[in-house]
Design a protein around this ligand. Structure first.
Ligand code: FAD
Ligand code: DHB
Length: 390
């Protein structure tokens, strides 16, 4: 097989890259280890920055997002039993966020690729990448047990944190920057109408909790937990008791309860590799970096990377010039490190660290008090939350 860009992974990064390249008249083939049903049902992130929603609309993917996405103009930070509003739209000159589940983004992208005759191979096995330090990279894989090979001009490494592309780069080329957090998030989806019009980020002495939603009838909630928390220890009634304890405010606000339809634990880390390119291999999304989920940046960063990568590839295929591609890593990393900083800051401000003493707790509360009372501090949070420019 021959294509211009071989893409490993059909997550948001790989599918969006393939779609953006198609809009530029560039062919690609996407290889995905899982089935279409699996990737279209995988519950993950839910908040799209204005920057991401704008990119989707410009790429012709905005119709269902506009119809079904929930537009939000603010968030609450809650502590000491009180919810404090941060009006994102007012603080950022009219920008906002949209709640739209990651698997809905995936469904829209898969449909757009298939309608345009794009090639996505699901359920592939034994993917390996070769010769990417030359001008003729190759991807080998098995489909239905048969060996296949793709010859291409570039490889898009969009295979997530546990993918095969990053480890295929020779030792000594990449530098990893990493931080682990001593906690995780226990997340549930519940069939219950959201009881707050905006997301609520809660600091509580028992640990962080986050109120979000997916639709007018589905609430999404998270609790800070141990990184290796055993879900078997969390029957629904224990989850609800803990949620209510952390969320309930002195004015009587609390989430509505309903049947729990999904439950999972996410671990938390910050991770960046530098550089994000080697020869004709370009890493994008979780293959190159991970943020802790506080601030909802993972999916948004993945989309930003491939928007920058697609521009570089478009320049190359139209003119043979490589300036944008050569600067891909540098361009992305400037923004990635700011998003890393923001995600680390939100995480540090809102979670309980076992190593913290009473001084640290007072400092966290002072920071929350400052952020919810100083317009300058609120504006900084807001402009990062709705998404920095590309
Ligand atoms: P991925 O979505 O991971 O896509 C990579 C794709 O590559 C996958 O489909 C995988 O099956 C495929 N793949 C892997 N290896 C191979 C291979 N060898 N061959 C072929 N295909 C392969 N972010 C937030 O902002 N908020 C959240 O609440 C949040 N919750 C999350 C919960 C979980 C459990 C996880 C894992 C992530 C969560 N994230 C969240 C992060 C966000 O979902 C990711 O940042 C986003 O999915 C990154 O997109 P991506 O395309 O780079 O990678
Ligand atoms: C959601 C996830 C996040 O990490 C976040 O900061 C806000 C919302 C969500 O899944 O809805």
């Amino acid at each position: 097989m021959r294509t211009q860009v071989g893409i490993v992974g059909a997550g948001p990064a790989g599918l969006m890259l393939s779609h953006l390249l198609h809009l530029e008249g560039i062919e690609s083939i996407v290889l995905e280890a899982r089935s279409r049903e699996y990737i279209e049902g995988r519950v993950r992130a839910g908040v799209l920055e204005q920057t991401t929603a704008d990119l989707m609309a410009e790429a012709g993917l905005g119709e269902r997002l506009k119809r079904e996405g929930l537009l939000h103009h603010g968030i609450y930070l809650s502590f000491h039993g009180t919810r404090h509003p941060i009006n994102l739209t007012e603080l950022t000159g009219g920008r906002s966020i949209t709640v739209y589940a990651q698997h809905e983004v995936i469904k829209d992208l898969v449909q757009a690729r298939i309608e345009a005759g794009g090639q996505i191979y699901f359920d592939v096995e034994d993917v390996s990448i070769h010769d990417f330090e030359t001008d003729h990279p190759k991807i080998r894989f098995r489909k239905d047990g048969r060996p296949e090979e793709i010859d291409c001009d570039f490889i898009g490494a969009c295979d997530g944190f546990h993918g095969i592309c990053r480890p295929s780069i020779p030792a000594g080329v990449l530098t990893a920057f990493e931080r682990h957090y001593p906690f995780g998030w226990l997340g549930i989806l519940a069939e219950a109408a959201p009881s707050s019009e905006e997301l609520v980020y809660t600091y509580h002495e028992r640990g962080f909790a986050l109120f979000s939603m997916r639709s007018p009838t589905v609430t999404r909630l998270y609790l800070q937990c141990a990184p290796d928390e055993d879900l078997a220890q969390w029957p629904d009634d224990r989850v609800w008791t803990e949620m209510m304890t952390r969320f309930r405010t002195t004015d009587g606000w609390e989430p509505n309860q309903g049947p729990v339809i999904q439950k999972g634990v996410t671990d938390m880390r910050s991770f960046v590799i530098e550089p994000m390119q080697y020869g004709r291999l370009f890493l994008a999304g979780d293959a190159a970096h991970i943020v802790p989920p506080t601030g909802a940046k993972g999916l948004n960063l993945a989309i930003a990377d491939v928007a920058i990568l697609a521009r570089g590839m478009a320049q190359f295929f139209k003119s043979g010039r490589r300036e944008l591609l050569d600067r891909y890593s540098e361009t992305c990393l400037r923004r990635i490190w700011k998003v890393q900083r923001f995600s680390w800051w939100m995480t540090s401000m809102l979670h309980r660290f076992a190593s913290d003493n009473d001084f640290d707790q007072r400092r966290q509360l002072a920071e929350l008090d400052y952020v919810t009372s100083s317009r300058a501090a609120m504006t900084s949070l807001a402009e990062n939350y709705v998404g920095l420019p590309l």
